[in-house]
Design a protein around this ligand. Structure first.
Ligand SMILES: [Zn+2]
Ligand SMILES: [Zn+2]
Length: 343
């Protein structure tokens, strides 16, 4: 099969690769669409590059069941499916408590095993057994369904932050995931303040329903948030970027009793300072959210299928496997919101 194969840091090549086969309890999916995530770009540039190379990245996968291994009940070849990308044991402390994304044995597509920037992908039994293969209704497009994975990560943050109607939510970073936080916070009935340094991103945020946009290259975010919230600070602050310094500066945007979420994955070795007195007397809740559970994935999928959260406007660029290297350049330069590889 043809695949975008990662050989090392910033070294990705479109080439022939062995077509996977389904072992017992496994399935092979013929990929129809594969979303390009900031995580893929980060890994490609060396942050968290797997030890075992070559590999295939891509964890936002939808397609058609192509081959079923022995003992894979409930599916037929030709079924249209969306895939939760994490293989989980189902038995450890975290899995038993519904926090599968923290599974002690976890691995997943583009992270331990080959992912979705290829014509076919093999799904291990752990993904199938966790309910991670979701059948798609006939009228749902592959493009939309491919956004279930990123949307599920936003759902995880929404839950961790207990966003309620009437909350003021500040989203720091109006990139692809920031826009997903915007959409979900609006869906949850919140007022949303988006912050970014790129004008273009804020224009998009405005179009997607942001109540306030703050261009932090021009304005002081703290002053603006205090003005908008009449001096209290926001009930919820989500930092949707991986820059420790900005995360630290954003702490003061949250009100007493509020929730501060670290969503974007920062690089290693750059701690920030938090005043324990402030956390104590202000009863500040600091949350972290990473990936999502199979239940959150299904929830995201259902919201998309029902049209409750509109996601199609997040896709700005479409590629094929052959011109996928252009996609990577565009993503590195933050020139697109969401790119998708179509097959
Ligand atoms: Zn993703
Ligand atoms: Zn587990």
């Amino acid at each position: 099969m043809k695949a975008a194969v990662v050989h090392g840091k910033d070294d990705i090549r479109i080439e022939e690769y062995p077509t996977p086969q389904a072992g017992p309890g496994e399935m092979v999916v013929k990929i129809k669409a594969s979303g390009i995530c900031a995580t893929d770009i980060k890994i490609l540039l060396g942050q968290g590059l797997p030890k075992k190379l070559p590999t295939i990245l891509g964890h936002e996968v939808v397609g058609e069941v192509f081959e079923l291994g022995e003992g894979t009940a409930g599916f037929q070849t030709g079924d249209r499916v969306a895939v939760y990308p994490i293989a989980v044991c189902g038995e450890c402390y975290y899995c038993r408590n519904g926090r599968h994304n923290l599974c002690m044995e976890e691995f997943g597509l583009g992270h331990g095993i080959d992912g979705g920037f290829a014509e076919y992908v093999r799904l291990p039994r752990q993904i199938i057994n966790a309910g991670g293969v979701v059948k798609m209704p006939q009228d749902l497009s592959y493009e939309k369904a491919a956004l279930a994975e990123p949307l599920s990560c936003g759902i995880a943050a929404l839950k961790a932050n207990r966003v309620k109607p009437g909350d003021r939510v500040v989203v720091v970073g109006a990139g692809p995931m920031g826009l997903i936080h915007l959409k979900l916070s609006k869906w949850a009935g919140a007022t949303v303040i988006m912050a970014d340094i790129l004008d273009k991103r804020l224009e998009t945020a405005t179009r997607m329903g942001a109540d306030f946009c703050v261009d932090v290259s021009q304005m002081d975010l703290f002053d603006e948030v205090m003005r908008i919230t009449e001096g209290t600070g926001a009930e919820v602050v989500i930092t949707s970027l991986g820059i420790p310094k900005i995360i630290e500066q954003s702490l003061k945007l949250v009100r007493n009793g509020g929730t501060f979420n670290i969503f974007g994955g920062p690089p290693a070795g750059q701690p920030i300072t938090v005043d324990p007195r402030w956390v104590h007397y202000g009863e500040i809740i600091i949350t972290g959210t990473f990936a999502a559970t199979p239940v959150q994935f299904k929830k995201a999928f259902d919201l998309i299928a029902a049209g409750e959260v509109k996601v199609e406007d997040l896709i700005t660029d479409r590629f094929t496997l052959d011109n996928m290297l252009d996609a990577i350049e565009k993503a590195k330069n933050q020139e697109m919101i969401r790119g998708i590889v179509l097959f």
